[in-house]
Design a protein around this ligand. Structure first.
Ligand code: CA
Ligand code: CA
Length: 145
């Protein structure tokens, strides 16, 4: 599993986008998935660049969450914007990451992403409950580079 095109089927992608829609139904937070082949370096730093590139730092409540996967590197990261990181404990994302990792280890990438998305939605719900006039600030489509 090293080619970006083989990582997720079109059907997989549809299911993932649907999971994002469901997760965002519980929270004002915005979740995006970005996949690429390799980040050639420091993933923690790179995920910040991608976050900015996708304009995910433009949400009103600063509550965007990026799930980033580097397929060839077999690495992934979750990054939450300032609004989230200011209010949650440091291990906020670890639970989600562990769940995802348990699926990824078995090569179940679609399921791992979906579980990660739904889990993120649940966690966001506590701090950013859904607003009745909620708008979809960031596209739910998977982005790739
Ligand atoms: Ca929203
Ligand atoms: Ca969205």
């Amino acid at each position: 599993m090293s080619k970006l095109e083989d990582f997720l089927s079109q059907n997989d992608e549809m299911e993932i986008v649907e999971a994002i829609r469901i997760a965002e139904g519980k929270t004002s937070g915005e979740i995006r998935v970005h996949i690429e082949s390799s980040n050639q370096g420091n993933i923690e730093q790179h995920v910040l660049e991608v976050f900015h590139l996708l304009k995910m730092d433009n949400t009103k409540l600063l509550n965007g969450v990026l799930i980033y996967v580097a397929v060839k590197d077999k690495s992934f990261a979750i990054y939450g914007d300032k609004g989230i990181n200011d209010v949650v404990s440091n291990d906020f994302w670890d639970v989600t990451k562990d769940v995802m990792l348990s699926y990824f280890k078995d090569g179940k990438f679609k399921q791992g992403l979906i579980e990660g998305i739904l889990k993120t939605g649940e966690q966001l719900e506590t701090y950013f409950p859904c607003l009745h006039d909620d708008i979809d600030e960031l596209s739910n489509e998977i982005s790739k580079s």
